[in-house]
Design a protein around this ligand. Structure first.
Ligand code: GAR
Length: 216
């Protein structure tokens, strides 16, 4: 089996990156983490990645005159590492249509909400303010529109009456760590097939890739 050479793009602590690195240690995992790239020089996740023997690279957006030169620099790094799949994991820069189109169907993102609800930032605060009883996490293929694109996996979390944004975020993050490796495996193995706006999961026609938190 040839494992897909995968880059993880981070901006900060990198807990989702750690969950992907850990899953990819299994011999039969269809992706290998070949690169961790950060747009922030002191992102905490970089130290962990290099400690794991993974190539790391910093491409600081601040050092470039605009989005396009920044993205061209990232693209050059990805190409020089022979990257086939990209996972955004807490990567907090909006990407241009040029970059997204180049990686269409080969770039994944994790978002801390049940898309298409709560795109953007402060998802947990907004979910609590709305009084929703079910919240969660989504892994999807990236398209030019922010926090949209064919959904590969989702996990639901029950909202508690005494939740704060922090307690809710912590339970959602646990689910992100569960579904992101699963979604990457589905994408890397070719089992996640994009059909228009949706993802069909080969071999799982009835169940799909939905995972529901045991809390419900
Ligand atoms: C995660 O909760 C991820 O879903 C979120 O940032 C956090 C990064 O944590 N991403 C977004 O909000 C992107 N729209 P991590 O660095 O520990 O993985």
């Amino acid at each position: 089996m040839s494992r897909k050479r995968t880059a993880i793009l981070i901006s900060g602590r990198g807990s989702n990156m750690r969950s992907l690195v850990s899953a990819a240690k299994a011999e039969d995992f269809p992706a290998e983490i070949a690169l961790v790239l950060s747009n922030v020089g002191d992102a905490a996740g970089l130290e962990f990645a290099s400690g794991e023997g993974i190539a790391t690279k910093v491409v600081e957006h601040k050092s470039f005159a605009g989005r396009e030169p920044f993205e061209r620099a990232m693209q050059a790094v990805l190409e020089s590492h022979g990257i086939e799949l990209v996972c955004l994991a807490g990567f907090m820069r909006l990407l241009s249509p040029w970059f997204v189109e180049h990686w269409r169907g080969r770039m994944l993102n994790v978002h801390p909400a049940l898309l298409p609800s709560y795109r953007g930032l402060h998802t947990h605060e907004r979910a609590l303010a709305d009084g929703v009883k079910i919240h969660g996490a989504t892994v999807h293929f990236v398209v030019p529109e922010m926090d949209a694109g064919p959904i590969i996996a989702q996990a639901a979390v029950a909202v508690r009456g005494d939740d704060t944004p922090e307690t809710l975020a912590a339970r959602v993050l646990e689910q992100e760590h569960r579904i992101y490796p699963r979604a990457l495996a589905l994408a890397a193995s070719g089992a996640a097939i994009v059909q228009g706006e949706r993802v069909a999961i080969a071999g799982e026609p009835a169940v799909g890739a939905a995972l529901v938190s045991p809390a419900i």
